[in-house]
Write a protein that binds this ligand. Structure first.
Ligand code: SF4
Length: 289
């Protein structure tokens, strides 16, 4: 029998993948290993609470994270996995009270985060493809991953993540090809007097302001401290790109593909930077004078 394809509202999907720390029990501040050199307050093992995590699961240094240069904390995004594990998988039980469940909770959080990240990319792909067949394929994958997120804790820990990641990556590649074709004409018409982007992944500190970035493939690229001020990044693929301190003031990122909140949180933007609707403008970006 043919499987029914539920019509997916990508905005609804992306909304459920936003972090909601009030509904979480500080999983990212406990479950993860982190180090001082990566912008966290100290070096700590996975499963040990951060020194700043209070008994009520809030951060005692929350207001000073940026001032103190704790970029690891300000950039991290769990894609809503924290509240899902806390409220859905474990029905509101927290790891301080239910010590026997601690390790299971932390392990489930790490798997859930990966599932939610896949959902984010699939939901994002739905925003830029119009091809019916591709939309259906994305919707089927979304439904499949959503079902996994609803499993019980033991089943979640036994998910073969790599198997699903391979399937998701394959469909995202196809969606990317479609997006490239769509953008081709726009690129030709709007790239006068611009240099072609050189091949490669290393753009650390590079001045890209006079380069044609429309439809650029920045998948996995190092754009740390790159100057991309006032550039047009329509259709650019930014999956996994490192945007730490990249200057995107005045840049147009509205129609970029596979961009996440944590990438935006690490970049240097301003009130003129244009973002996809699904992403929030960081409060600390330059505001209008
Ligand atoms: S400093 Fe605050 S936000 Fe960062 S890991 Fe510690 S408790 Fe969490």
């Amino acid at each position: 029998m043919r499987k029914t394809i539920r019509e997916i509202d990508n905005n609804e999907i992306l909304k459920t993948l936003k972090i909601d720390c009030e509904k979480c029990f500080g999983f990212c501040c406990v479950a993860l290993y982190f180090s001082k050199t990566e912008g966290f307050p100290n070096d700590k093992k996975a499963g040990t609470p951060c020194v700043n995590l209070k008994a009520d699961f809030t951060c005692s240094d929350h207001k000073n994270l940026r001032k103190k240069g704790l970029k690891g904390c300000t950039a991290y995004d769990c894609f809503g996995a924290g509240q899902k594990v806390a409220q859905s998988t474990f029905n509101g039980k927290n790891w301080r009270e239910f010590k026997g469940l601690q390790n299971q909770m932390f392990e489930v959080f790490l798997v859930m985060r990966q599932l939610h990240e896949m959902l984010w990319y699939l939901g994002d792909a739905l925003t830029f493809v119009s091809n019916k067949n591709m939309k259906d394929q994305l919707s089927i994958r979304i439904q499949e991953i959503e079902q996994l997120t609803k499993l019980d804790a033991n089943s979640i820990m036994n998910i073969d993540i790599e198997k699903y990641r391979t399937k998701v990556n394959s469909i995202l590649r196809m969606a990317n090809e479609i997006a490239k074709d769509k953008i081709a004409k726009y690129k030709i018409n709007n790239s006068k007097n611009k240099k072609n982007l050189k091949l490669g992944y290393d753009f650390i500190g590079t001045n890209l302001t006079d380069t044609n970035l429309i439809g650029a493939n920045f998948a996995g690229a190092l754009l740390i401290a790159a100057n991309m001020k006032n550039t047009d990044l329509k259709g650019a693929n930014l999956i996994g790109a490192d945007l730490r301190d990249a200057d995107i003031r005045g840049a147009n990122l509205e129609d970029t593909i596979f961009l996440t909140q944590s990438q935006i949180n690490t970049a240097k933007g301003d009130y003129k930077t244009r973002l996809p609707k699904s992403l929030a403008r960081p409060a600390y970006w330059e505001s209008e004078k």
